[in-house]
Design a protein around this ligand. Structure first.
Ligand code: KIV
Length: 272
């Protein structure tokens, strides 16, 4: 029986903090549509991220920058309809929070109100502090995102590991402390050295969920299409593939094509 059907208690921001305290690792995956979210939730994944990686894996853009707030809300609505247990966090997309705190709050409110999501995620530290505070003051739970922040890809220039140098590592550590202090309930830490990630996780009481950040953090997140092996051209070191759906799906499509062409499908039993 699936985990969700067993009527497990819903995951909340508080239960994630409790999990960190109890040493239980947090499992988080992305989902962008109803059918995928239903499977992810049923499998007992704690947090579903409606990531702006939808821009890449769903829409085929090269970066996360083009996806709009309306499109994020559409994806979030589809995910919310599917879930029974997981906490659903939605990315504020590029351009929806960087210009001023009031706009950031308006964007966060739209996500919460129009999709029914449980929390939002924003990329950045000190530079977006006022926006984070305004959203938090409105009672909206916020997950931070530090390290490699893909919305800043044109500033970084590459998707390589961040914070290898002392100055950037120091900024990351102080940003993590700041996010905890102002009230974020968790932080995603992307593509930073494992030693630094462990140090950050040990220095704060809120969970740190890593992607390419080693095993010293409080949980792990992967993009669902990557871990299922659908995006087989994407091969970073941190990615563990749990299936080869690219191969399985290609085989299925080829078999269907062959069956149609050979008139094997539909058979007598498959028609009315
Ligand atoms: O958008 C996304 O999928 C993310 C994860 C990589 C953490 O932010």
């Amino acid at each position: 029986m699936s985990v969700a059907k067993k009527e497990y208690k819903r995951v909340t921001t508080k239960s994630l903090v409790d999990m960190k305290q109890n040493g239980e690792k947090i499992a988080m995956l992305t989902a962008y549509d109803y059918s995928m979210a239903k499977i992810v939730d049923g499998a007992g994944i704690d947090v579903i991220l409606v990531g702006d990686s939808a821009s890449n894996v769903m829409a085929g853009h090269e970066t996360t920058l083009p996806i709009t707030l309306d499109q994020m809300i559409y994806h979030a609505q589809s995910v919310i309809r599917a879930i029974h247990r997981a906490l659903v966090v939605v990315d504020l997309p590029f351009g929806s929070y960087q210009s001023d705190p009031k706009e950031a709050l308006r964007s966060a409110i739209r996500i919460m109100k129009e999709s029914g999501a449980h929390a939002v995620k924003l990329e950045g530290g000190k530079e977006i502090k006022e926006s984070l505070k305004r959203i938090l003051h409105a009672g909206i739970p916020v997950m931070g995102h530090l390290g490699l922040t893909p919305q800043s890809i044109y500033k970084f220039g590459t998707y390589t590991v961040r914070a290898k140098e002392e100055a950037e590592a120091e900024k990351l550590k102080s940003d993590a402390k700041l996010l905890e202090k102002i009230g974020c309930f968790a932080i995603v830490l992307e593509k930073v050295p494992a030693k630094l990630a462990r140090e950050v996780a040990e220095s704060i009481n809120i969970p740190v969920i890593g992607i390419g950040a080693g095993n010293g953090v409080d949980g792990q997140v992967l993009v669902v299409h990557d871990m299922l092996g659908m995006t087989h051209e994407f091969n970073p070191r941190f990615l563990r593939r749990y299936a080869d759906l690219h191969l399985e799906m290609t085989k299925a499509f080829e078999n269907f094509r062959d069956d149609v062409k050979s008139k094997d499908f539909p058979s007598d039993q498959e028609q009315y």
